[in-house]
Design a protein around this ligand. Structure first.
Ligand code: M6R
Length: 357
């Protein structure tokens, strides 16, 4: 039930702070510590490489997962599109561990990889929102997203839930192997939840940006570096699928190697800047496109802002920044779709779960 919301997407974006709190609660034991099935932790700590396999938004969440897992556990992690991996499998290491990310747990492209992984007898974990789904039943292990039903075709709360659960998994495994001891993901996710609330209370500001920059454009670019690039990919997918604006999520430094040729007077370019180590470089790229006529929007983490930036994000643990930086981009996609008169929840040509390869 959408309640008073015009669309499920609006409701599901608003549910994100509550989902993060639900996840913290669901993965906490009575002593208040994070807990993950010991068998999962044991297989992960024994593995020499993690392979994340997914499609669409789940694939984009996978890239943030890679950053979290490599930083907190030091286990090398690769991210693959399911539709590519199944037919063109890379050389695997000796002790691979597979993580399938799937909101629905029914995606055929991901399932065909899982069938092969099971045939090869490698351990597989499914992160899904749907208990009892195909990918959950067929994988050795499951972790649930606890996001509640996601009805809108455009995935929002499942993306942030996937990242939160991956952060918890990474921290538990990291602590088991004596790393990431100084981290406190429970505390940091609590801050994320309140930061999401504060962003969601500034919807009018974001709606105005959508009106001013995106309501009539044919194309748009999202740019970022590192973790911000991963968010740019998701922000772009969200915008294109619900608004039908042609978009690309781009590694900011790569623009000048070709794509900058597409920038003309009035092309919207939205930069995500949360990582202070590369903020200066991305700023340089914003200036490059601005000088060529682009209409730039900067979404920036508090502490890194400059005069003229359009949206300031509350400060959170930099590793968890996608959980907050993605929220204004979801809202931008939503309002652009709404203003263009599209069916926000059911974009043309798309289905909520894609059960054909
Ligand atoms: O259910 P899944 O997470 O396996 O679905 C994967 C993609 O089909 C899905 O994320 C799709 O890209 C969404 N429409 C994105 O909003």
């Amino acid at each position: 039930d959408k309640g008073t919301y015009p669309y499920y997407m609006a409701k599901e974006m608003d549910e994100q702070p509550a989902v993060i709190r639900k996840i913290i609660q669901s993965y906490q034991n009575e002593a208040g510590n994070l807990e993950i099935d010991q068998a999962i932790v044991a297989k992960l700590t024994a593995s020499d490489r993690i392979y994340i396999v997914a499609c669409g938004t789940s694939y984009n969440a996978g890239w943030v997962g890679k950053q979290l897992l490599e930083t907190l556990t030091h286990i090398p992690t690769e991210v693959h599109l399911a539709s590519e991996f199944g037919h063109n499998m890379p050389l695997l290491t000796k002790k691979p561990f597979f993580i399938f990310l799937s909101q629905s747990g029914e995606t055929a492209d991901s399932r065909q990889v899982l069938v092969k992984v099971n045939d090869m007898n490698y351990p597989a974990l499914t992160l899904t929102n749907v208990a009892g789904s195909t990918l959950s039943r067929e994988a050795e292990f499951t972790l649930l997203l606890h996001a509640g039903p996601e009805i809108a075709v455009a995935s929002t709360k499942a993306y942030t839930a996937q990242i939160a659960v991956l952060a918890i998994l990474a921290e538990v495994v990291g602590k088991t192997v004596g790393l990431s001891e100084e981290n406190n993901i429970i505390h940091d996710l609590g801050i994320v939840a309140s930061s999401m609330e504060s962003i969601l209370s500034e919807k009018e500001q974001i709606e105005k940006l959508a009106t001013d920059y995106l309501s009539t454009t044919r194309n748009a670019f999202y740019i970022g570096r590192g973790i911000d690039y991963y968010v740019a990919m998701e922000a772009s997918l969200k915008l294109k699928e619900v608004s039908y604006v042609q978009t690309e999520g781009f590694a900011a430094g790569e623009l000048k190697h070709g794509t900058i040729a597409l920038i003309e007077e009035g092309t919207p370019v939205i930069a995500v800047i949360t990582d202070e180590r590369i903020a200066g470089h991305t700023r340089g790229n914003v200036q490059e496109v601005h000088a060529r006529g682009a209409h730039t929007i900067v979404i920036v983490m508090e502490g890194l802002e400059q005069a003229g930036d359009q949206f300031i994000l509350p400060k959170v643990n930099p590793l968890l920044s996608p959980l907050v930086s993605v929220v204004p981009t979801q809202l931008l996609a939503y309002y652009t779709s709404l203003h263009r008169g599209n069916d926000v929840d059911k974009p043309r040509n798309l289905a909520k779960s894609v059960t054909v390869e």
